[in-house]
Design a protein around this ligand. Structure first.
Ligand SMILES: *Cc1c(COP(=O)(O)O)cnc(C)c1O
Length: 381
């Protein structure tokens, strides 16, 4: 089906601007920390309202640098959702801290604040770990419930590091992603709402001291060449060429975001009532990075769409607690019933900034048909 592949379809529109931006870098050849890097950081600060944007090598590094900057380490508990990509849990573990997984809200699929509160209390009372931070994930573009999370964070003195890999451009209670947590980590992996042509990430914060620490930590823990090393840091910079690609794409970002919102509304009109869809709470506007459909007919939906040349994806077929690397945390299969049920039934439909309306309509018809057929078969069997 034409126009369903995000990167190829977008390329038809943005090729000229991207080539011009990359050519400029090839001319000045400052491949590390060239002028595009700072220009991009400033543009992103303007877009999000964050006081500081510090770019880095990937979204995973952005999470790692954020947690490093506030001193997360051994003996501490960091609370995060069990239903996400592994990056946040991985960063917590890399620093020697312990990830404590929490179940999700059945309608919005983001961290459940009541279960978070319960997990923090249980950890304080029944383990030797010191609660230190929360890493909520704005899943598929829907911001976590920050008002409720902040109540828990304030009561227990926890830093909120927001995983906004999916949610650049989203809003919560009139505020844009980038200022919702104490620190926000963004990814520019090619398939994210603002994707580079390689890896990239950024740390966003209103804290002067966190920003300054991250700026040093991304270049081996010093202010720059000739300065002493005062932290154990990383080599994690955004390549100048990737900054150039991102600057080109920023010109289209808002228009693409609006288009994704339009497509999501069209999907909802066609599919709502027939299948469960991810809820966008009243005080939020999702960035619609991924469009979720929840159905018992997942296999049929995927097979029928594949036959029409439409790619689908499943995020996430497994809970983080089921990953072999977290087996030693000793969670049971029944510890996260909401996430577990979702992981067996969720599937993602194509959704991107240049998806033709005709494709949304055709995909919706295909999904409707798959579900009807599946339902008929299963009731007559
Ligand atoms: C992609 C992703 C990341 C990590 O981003 P990278 O840039 O690939 O390192 C973190 N969290 C979530 C939820 C993601 O989807």
């Amino acid at each position: 089906m034409r126009g369903v592949h995000p990167i190829d379809t977008q390329w038809q529109v943005i090729e000229g601007v991207v080539r011009a931006r990359i050519n400029r870098v090839l001319k000045h050849r400052q491949f590390i920390m060239g002028p595009e890097v700072e220009e991009f950081e400033q543009r992103l600060a303007k877009l999000t309202g964050a006081a500081h944007v510090v770019s880095c090598g990937s979204g995973t590094d952005a999470l790692l640098l954020s947690l490093m900057a506030v001193g997360v380490g051994p003996g501490q508990a960091v609370f995060t959702t069990v239903f996400s990509f592994i990056a946040a849990a991985e960063a917590i573990k890399l620093l020697g801290a312990t990830p404590v997984f929490v179940d999700i809200d059945p309608d919005t699929f983001v961290l459940d604040p009541e279960k978070l509160d319960e997990a923090v209390r249980t950890t304080s009372q029944h383990t030797s770990l010191v609660p230190r931070a929360i890493v909520p994930v704005d899943l598929f573009g829907v911001p976590a419930d920050y008002e409720a999370l902040n109540v828990v964070a304030r009561e227990h003195d926890l830093t909120v590091v927001s995983d906004a890999a999916h949610s650049l451009g989203a809003e919560y209670a009139g505020q844009t992603v980038g200022t919702l947590g104490d620190i926000t980590a963004v990814s520019f992996f090619p398939s994210k709402p603002l994707g580079a042509y390689g890896d990239g990430g950024a740390v966003l914060t209103n804290s002067d001291s966190v920003a300054e620490t991250v700026r040093q930590m991304r270049i081996h823990g010093r202010k720059g060449r000739g300065f002493p090393h005062v932290y154990i840091g990383l080599n994690s910079r955004l390549d100048t060429i990737q900054a150039a690609v991102l600057l080109a794409k920023l010109d289209y970002f808002k228009q693409e975001l609006e288009h994704r919102r339009q497509c999501a509304a069209d999907y909802q009109r066609a599919l709502g009532g027939m299948v469960q869809l991810q809820e966008e709470p009243l005080n939020t506007r999702s960035a619609w990075a991924y469009y979720s459909v929840v159905t018992d007919a997942r296999d049929a939906v995927q097979a029928d769409l594949a036959a029409r040349g439409v790619p689908t994806a499943v995020y996430y077929p497994q809970l983080l607690c089921e990953e072999p690397v977290f087996a030693n945390l000793s969670y049971g299969v029944d510890d996260f019933p909401v996430a577990r049920r979702l992981s067996k039934r969720i599937v993602h439909l194509p959704l991107h900034g240049h998806l033709p309306k005709s494709a949304v309509d055709a995909i919706s018809r295909s999904v409707t048909q798959s579900i009807h057929e599946h339902t008929v078969v299963s009731t007559s069997a």
